[in-house]
Design a protein around this ligand. Structure first.
Ligand code: GDP
Ligand code: MG
Length: 163
């Protein structure tokens, strides 16, 4: 049975772009509008021979942590039950936001290994944002660019020991 890896994060950090990058097809909808991924999507990923099922989610549709939409969050919780690992994606250019911290807090209560992923990390401008991800408390962050395809080898190195 293939392991399952779930992609989690606030809107617009590039979860669907990463999903598409891992699956190698345009299965997930990518849009500049936050919250375009209404349903979770499953795909088959192969990274350097490591095969897993990857799940794209849209669990946090609202940037206000005080009003986390329960239905979407519930859906993410259900997805997480069958997951062997979670990728917590943040935007390295934007840096950590209160909603990122809220999601991290929630993830720490779930019983799944978490890899912190700092996306949009192409170029020097993102370096500080990648380092900031140590503060999420999940260990060494993986800096990558889902759009450009950089850093996928580092993601593999972080994933293979845990799935
Ligand atoms: P989601 O809401 O988390 O699923 O985010 P999307 O995958 O829909 O992407 C949101 C926006 O970020 C889109 O405009 C993407 O083109 C952009 N984006 C995604 N990955 C990257 C990246 O690696 N670098 C940059 N600069 N932009 C990215
Ligand atoms: Mg999406």
């Amino acid at each position: 049975n293939k392991p399952t890896v779930i992609i989690i994060g606030r809107p617009n950090v590039g979860k669907s772009t990463l999903f598409n990058r891992l699956v190698g097809k345009k299965l997930a909808l990518v849009d500049d509008q936050p919250g375009v991924t209404r349903d979770r999507r499953l795909g088959d990923a192969t990274v350097a021979g490591l095969e897993f099922t990857v799940v794209d989610t849209a669990g946090w549709e609202d940037d206000d942590p005080a009003s986390l939409p329960g239905r979407m969050r519930k859906q993410t919780e259900v997805s997480l039950e069958g997951a062997d690992a979670a990728l917590m994606v943040v935007d390295a250019r934007a840096g950590l936001t209160p909603l990122d911290e809220e999601i991290a807090r929630w993830l720490r209560e779930q019983h799944v290994p978490v890899v912190p992923v700092a996306n949009k990390a192409e170029g020097r401008a993102a370096e500080a944002g990648v380092l900031e991800c140590y503060n999420l408390g999940f260990g060494e962050p993986v800096g990558l660019s889902a759009e450009h395809g950089d850093g996928i080898a580092d993601l593999f190195a972080a994933l293979w020991p845990i799935i």
